[in-house]
Ligand binder design. Structure first.
Ligand SMILES: Nc1ncnc2c1ncn2[C@@H]1O[C@H](COP(=O)(O)OP(=O)(O)OP(=O)(O)O)[C@@H](O)[C@H]1O
Length: 629
């Protein structure tokens, strides 16, 4: 294998580890701004000015249609080419994937002699979810179209291990992987060659750790010999490759950072450059200096001492959200939630011919229930009671659009089809859990609805980040019950202010036949005739469909269970005892609250106890919401 051309840059680096030191790399005034329109997302330079190989620049332009780099790409690409370890913290949808893939491909293209499959894996991209794994792999395939000798590949949970083994045996130059499956192959696939590994990239680094993969990551770093020496225990020393043939470079990227990333940064990054951190954090760094785009003179970058925590506490982190994103909340009591959700969705899909909406739920059951309900519930604008049989036939789907679902309990093939189907549709609705909240780049999503509130502000940021990407417009709506309104203060602590959604405007659009005129302004969602009419229709539908009724009951139980799973400060806001469970039942179109003493509920309780026992063993995997990735 050829000698990497950038190694000379490394000679200027201190050969010793520089733990606790980072470098701030900022383009004057440009990276100070929140991305708020296309002109502020993109940099004022070309890909070739960043020093990228001309053939790769062509590929970016012709195959991908990318004329200009984004600001985060303009900052990251030259720094990564220079060989420095990097930590990138930038808003959702700002092009972080190309920011790390382009410089790695650039470096691999320039290897002389050329990279061969027998060199094994040279770059490893770690991602938290299977969908993100597929997405990064697909981008890689496009980028590498002209560079057939550099082979992309992926390994992830849910796939066939033997087929993966065969692919690894042949050799994969750039490998995208989920942590569990990667560790499995590192331990059990002898033909997986990785001693030439040069790059490890943690995409959505905080999520990988949030999911409880901390131990796996440490083990992976040990096996790959990429853990920083002073953090390697004596037992681990034998695990890495005997000779570090080429300089290693690790990259961490995420739109949000947390305390656990501090630890990962410490054990995996050597003297890193920090890109995209907000002003506030840099102010804590006394002697930061500025490096311009394309400046690979790393002597010009001053290392800065950072406090004990590299990134500050996640409890106080201010998040950067695209400012063109319209963020609102809607206050709805439990009993009217379902009708309000369906009404908002109906009006969104009637408003625009091509509309893409994502709705987040807390549990897999909730996704399945609403998916079945929205597909099966039929409606006519006439009042239910006055319908003749002929009119019954005219009843149509309430929300007329393609509906997809995505959650962690689905079969792999179903997940793949939903992911690809929703991505390729021009107009569609996706019902999902947080499995879809990270990194997924569904084109043209205009509206995000958080029907069940997110765990914490970080999750909020990632969920809404599925819209308003790359300077595009987008709207986000958070459902809150009156007793949950303190959550707005939680968001505000992180610099996320929300305005109230004018719900009456949406509800007033719907005519409810046979109901006498009210003063519309005085109506609340709970007293609105449209809400009660639709609620009655939904309850009558559920009561006549035994399967749906059982699903509604199961969903009610698991929803209550998930509601108790909020952590820390949020426990104070989301308290089951503050909820009216009869109203919660109405939100599943049940006329009565299901018993909390029945057989099914006992099964749920047993499951919760089992989870709690597991949580004691694995404290990081605490949430009972859908955390399966
Ligand atoms: N230079 C560019 N010009 C035009 N489009 C780009 C450019 N770079 C990336 N994109 C597109 O921008 C979108 C967002 O990119 P990407 O998914 O990498 O963002 P991200 O910052 O990783 O987001 P998240 O934090 O949500 O993971 C993608 O559709 C990608 O193809």
């Amino acid at each position: 294998m050829g000698v990497p051309p950038e190694t000379s840059v490394h000679k200027t680096l201190s050969p010793t580890l520089n733990q606790g030191k980072t470098t701030s790399m900022r383009e004057p005034s440009e990276c100070q701004k929140t991305p708020c329109s296309k002109s502020e997302v993109f940099a004022g330079c070309s890909f070739s000015e960043l020093g990228l190989n001309p053939a790769l620049c062509n590929q970016l332009q012709e195959r991908m249609g990318f004329e200009t780099p984004t600001r985060i790409q303009a900052q990251s690409i030259p720094t990564i080419i220079s060989g420095r370890h990097v930590l990138v913290n930038a808003a959702t949808g700002t092009g972080k994937t190309i920011a790390y893939l382009a410089p790695i491909i650039h470096s691999l293209i320039t290897y002389d002699p050329k990279v061969k499959r027998s060199d094994g894996t040279l770059a490893l991209v770690l991602v938290p979810t299977r969908e993100l794994c597929m997405q990064v792999y697909e981008i890689l395939q496009k980028l590498l179209h002209r560079f057939h000798w550099i082979v992309p590949g992926y390994i992830m949970g849910g796939e066939n291990r033997s087929k993966e083994k065969a692919r690894l045996r042949k050799g994969i130059s750039i490998l995208v992987a989920t942590p569990g499956r990667l560790l499995d192959h590192l331990k059990h696939t002898a033909s997986f060659l990785h001693n030439n590994l040069r790059w490890i990239i943690f995409d959505e680094a905080d999520m990988i750790l949030e999911l409880g993969f901390g131990k796996e990551i440490e083990e992976i770093l040990n096996i790959l010999g990429s853990r920083q020496p002073e953090f390697v225990g004596s037992d681990d020393l034998h695990m890495g490759p005997s000779v570090d043939q080429y300089p290693k470079q690790n990259l961490l990227l995420s739109a949000t950072l947390n305390d656990k990333v501090n630890h990962l940064a410490k054990i995996s990054l050597e003297n890193p450059v920090m890109i995209g951190l907000e002003d506030k954090k840099n102010k804590t760094c006394s002697d930061s200096s500025i490096t311009r785009f394309g400046d690979s003179n790393i002597d010009g970058i001053v290392n800065i001492k950072v406090p004990a925590t590299l990134l500050g506490s996640s409890l106080e982190q201010e998040y950067t959200l695209p400012s063109q994103l319209v963020q609102r909340y809607v206050k709805v009591s439990g009993g009217s939630r379902l009708v309000v959700l369906l009404s908002i969705l109906k009006s969104l899909f009637e408003r625009e011919v091509s509309q893409k909406v994502v709705v987040f739920f807390s549990t897999c059951d909730a996704v399945d229930f609403h998916y079945s309900l929205m597909n099966e519930f039929r409606w006519s604008s006439e009042s239910e009671l006055s319908l003749s049989s002929e009119e019954q036939i005219k009843k149509q789907k309430f929300i007329k659009c393609k509906i997809f679902r995505l959650h962690g309990s689905m079969e792999q093939e179903g997940r793949r089809m939903s992911f690809q189907g929703f991505s390729s549709e021009k107009s569609a609705l996706l019902l999902c859990t947080d499995v879809a909240s990270r990194g997924l780049d569904f084109p043209k999503v205009k509206y995000i609805i958080q029907y069940d509130s997110p765990g914490d502000a970080t999750e909020y940021v990632h969920r809404v980040g599925r819209t308003a990407r790359l300077g595009e417009k987008g709207e986000a709506l958070l459902f809150l019950q009156p007793v949950e309104l303190d959550y707005l203060q939680e968001l505000l602590k992180h610099g996320v202010p929300l305005k109230e959604f004018p719900l009456h405007q949406t509800l007033n659009k719907f005519v409810s036949h046979g109901i006498k005129h009210h003063n519309k302004k005085l109506l609340t969602p709970d007293t609105h005739p449209w809400v009660s009419t639709l609620q009655r229709a939904l309850e009558s539908f559920i009561s006549t469909e035994p399967k749906m009724k059982q699903l509604a009951k199961d969903t009610f139980w698991s929803w209550v269970r998930a509601y108790t799973a909020h952590r820390g400060e949020l426990k104070r806001i989301f308290m089951v005892k503050k909820l009216h469970l009869g109203h919660v039942a109405k939100s599943f179109a049940l006329k009565e609250q299901p018993s909390l003493v029945g057989k099914s509920f006992q099964l749920q309780v047993k499951k919760r106890k089992r989870d709690e026992r597991q949580n004691k063993k694995h404290p990081l995997k605490k949430r009972k919401r859908d955390t399966r990735k």
